[in-house]
Design a protein around this ligand. Structure first.
Ligand code: NDP
Length: 239
């Protein structure tokens, strides 16, 4: 059955792979993008692209109105949009910290809260939040990012308890290092250092994250909620 799926930050990287996976399965997919233009191939494939900065509550409201108008209530939400502003603590400004929290954590709150309206009415819904191995493992220079990604775990688990009786599930996917623009900024030396710590000895491809997200939104995952699923090549094992 074709569902109304929303992927935030679906114009590139992991979000794009997730949007493609749902579209290939025949779902009605909407993505949000913040800047530039969405990939032509995606819109040609019938994906609805809506401009929306998730740090702006009004833009989130407008995006939902457009999506609901064209695809009906969102039944599957993948909160994927996120940023990094890495810096050692002594040099990290308050703006470095709050802007990352405002996008990754509060931005997720905005889109999840708005999606819940329709999900509660329908008494069903699937929410998948994209966290990171760094959320629980930590990362030097990533106190802001790790705090935001760890926050998503408490957020999802609270909602799993609050809304489980309404047939809503909330799960977290925690990717390791994935080949996208976000990790392109790392030097070859940093990259080699990371890969040396990953039991599978390589970065993930965005499609490998998308496969787990698709599973969590499927009927096969009907009894999974409040879970944190690592897709990290073994990097975060043990936390
Ligand atoms: P990219 O940098 O490639 O893409 C980030 C996406 O988020 C873009 O679509 C971007 O839009 C969007 N975005 C950022 N800020 C906002 C905002 N304020 N409002 C709306 N959209 C916004 O990142 P990845 O694909 O690598 O990462 C996707 C998610 O996966 C992120 O949450 C990231 O933290 C997480 N992750 C990534 C890992 C990696 O190794 N790459 C590892 C673990 C987790 P725009 O194109 O307009 O900038």
């Amino acid at each position: 059955m074709s569902r109304s799926v929303l992927v935030t930050g679906g114009n590139r990287g992991i979000g794009l792979a997730i949007a493609r996976a749902f579209a290939d399965a025949g779902d009605k997919v909407a993505i949000t993008y913040r800047s530039g233009e969405p990939p032509q191939a995606l819109t040609d494939a019938g994906v609805l692209a809506v401009k929306c900065d998730i740090t702006d509550a009004e833009q989130v409201e407008q995006a939902y109105k457009e999506i609901e108008d064209k695809h009906g209530n969102v039944e599957v939400l993948v909160a994927n949009a996120g940023i990094t502003k890495d810096q050692l603590l002594m040099r990290m400004t308050e703006e470095d910290f709050t802007s990352v929290l405002d996008t990754n954590l509060t931005g997720t709150f905005r889109v999840v809260k708005r999606a819940n309206r329709g999900m509660l009415r329908a008494r069903k819904g699937r929410v998948v939040l994209i966290s990171s191995v760094v959320g629980l493992y930590g990362g030097p220079g990533q106190a802001n990012y790790a705090a935001s990604k760890a926050g998503l775990v408490g957020f999802a688990r609270s909602l799993a308890r609050e809304l489980g009786s309404r047939n809503l599930t909330f799960n977290v996917v925690a990717p390791g290092f994935v080949d996208t623009d976000m990790t392109k900024v790392l030097t070859d030396e940093q990259r080699a250092g990371i890969v040396a710590q990953v039991p599978l000895g390589r970065y993930a491809q965005p499609e490998e994250i998308a496969a787990t997200v698709k599973f969590l939104a499927s009927d096969d995952a009907s009894y999974i909620t409040g879970a944190v699923i690592p897709v990290d090549g073994g990097l975060g094992m043990g936390h």
